[in-house]
Design a protein around this ligand. Structure first.
Ligand SMILES: *[C@@H]1O[C@H](CO)[C@@H](O)[C@H](O)[C@H]1NC(C)=O
Ligand SMILES: *[C@@H]1O[C@H](CO)[C@@H](O)[C@H](O)[C@H]1NC(C)=O
Ligand SMILES: *[C@@H]1O[C@H](CO)[C@@H](O)[C@H](O)[C@H]1NC(C)=O
Ligand SMILES: *[C@@H]1O[C@H](CO)[C@@H](O)[C@H](O)[C@H]1NC(C)=O
Length: 304
């Protein structure tokens, strides 16, 4: 009798434990736009493997510069052929994929010179890519993107928090179709990020995909040691205020100078640990072209 009750109690506790364990799956974020041979956005979203697509990059803006979108061989912004992706973005969104415009990148000419400059850039982004109304042609047609991604890697470290604030303020206004402006960021793994540290401290970023590559001090050690990577992840998890935190990785050995993690190591040694993080969001991959070559997302999707 006593034994039976003990078993019942254990059973109830087990059921409670199962109910209370968050089993929310993570998603994969992919960068698209820097290689003309990576398929279009319709194909990218039709894989069903990506939950977030970052269109890369707006390579020039701020400081009175004329904003320039660069999508490599996909289209020519000068002759306005990138508008073909407007309908494709909408079809991605209909299938549940969030689509962001990524600012910056590793090459380009961008910076913010003042809070007023940040406001001017926020107005441009709102009117030309988000829910606002542009007076001239919108580079990606009439698609209303879900948000703006900050991949700030050069130029000045100043005023990115101002830009984040002005962009988020549009959430309080009524857009023509969509009112939520999501913000994401791709800081480098050394904490805090030199360019985005202040911006991330605002707590305004919904999604943060940290680049755990090209930074030997905080990435996977190619001789098989995950300790640096995991302790760096934990530092970010404990420090950054965001709804969802992602592990950003190269999609193939060729995708970055260093930091590639073989998929079996990721799924067996890394994901089981980082998935315990309260705000774990998934994995970010650089980029669609390399993912096509390696099949990385196909290998990991069931475990993310
Ligand atoms: C995307 O690319 C595929 C393969 O080239 C093509 O068949 C399809 O028409 C393209 N989609 C759009 C919307 O252009
Ligand atoms: C404001 O941004 C536009 C791009 O939308 C740019 O052409 C213009 O020079 C900027 N104005 C100032 C004062 O920086
Ligand atoms: C970058 O922008 C600044 C400010 O407009 C300009 O003076 C400079 O020539 C640009 N540099 C390049 C390499 O285009
Ligand atoms: C990996 O770690 C070992 C031991 O700390 C170190 O000697 C080696 O240089 C590291 N390799 C890389 C690629 O960082």
């Amino acid at each position: 009798m006593v034994l039976l009750e003990a078993n019942v109690v254990v059973g109830v506790l087990l059921v409670l434990a199962l109910i209370q364990t968050p089993v929310e799956a993570g998603g994969i974020a992919i960068y698209w736009g820097q290689n003309g041979n990576e398929g279009n956005l319709t194909q990218t979203c039709a894989t069903g493997r990506y939950s977030y697509v970052n269109i890369a990059f707006l390579i020039q803006f701020g400081g009175g510069r004329v904003p320039i979108l660069n999508l490599a061989g996909h289209c020519d912004p000068q002759s306005n052929t990138c508008t073909q992706f407007g309908d494709q973005i909408k079809s991605c969104q209909r299938s549940g994929v969030k689509v962001f415009l990524s600012l910056g990148g590793g090459v380009g000419n961008y910076s913010l010179t003042s809070a007023a400059d940040a406001k001017n850039v926020s107005e441009y982004l709102w009117n030309f890519f988000l829910g606002g109304t542009a007076t001239a042609a919108r580079p990606l047609g009439n698609a209303v993107l879900d948000g703006i991604d900050f991949d700030i890697e050069l130029g000045s470290t100043q005023h990115w928090e101002d830009l984040a604030g002005y962009l988020k303020a549009y959430n309080r206004q009524r857009g023509r179709q969509r009112t939520s402006v999501y913000l994401s960021a791709a800081p480098q793994c050394p904490y805090p990020d030199r360019f985005l540290g202040d911006a991330l401290n605002t707590g305004l970023f919904d999604f943060v995909w940290v680049q755990f590559y090209n930074n030997p001090q905080c990435q996977y050690n190619s001789s098989g040691d995950t300790a640096n990577l995991i302790s760096s992840w934990k530092r970010w998890a404990a420090s950054v205020k965001t709804k969802r935190l992602f592990m950003g990785l190269p999609a193939s050995i060729d995708a970055a100078g260093s930091g590639f993690i073989p998929p079996d190591v990721l799924t067996s040694q890394v994901l089981p640990v980082i998935k315990k993080t309260r705000n774990y969001g998934g994995v970010m991959l650089w980029n669609k072209y390399y993912d096509d070559q390696s099949g990385y997302s196909s290998s990991i999707i069931r475990y993310v």
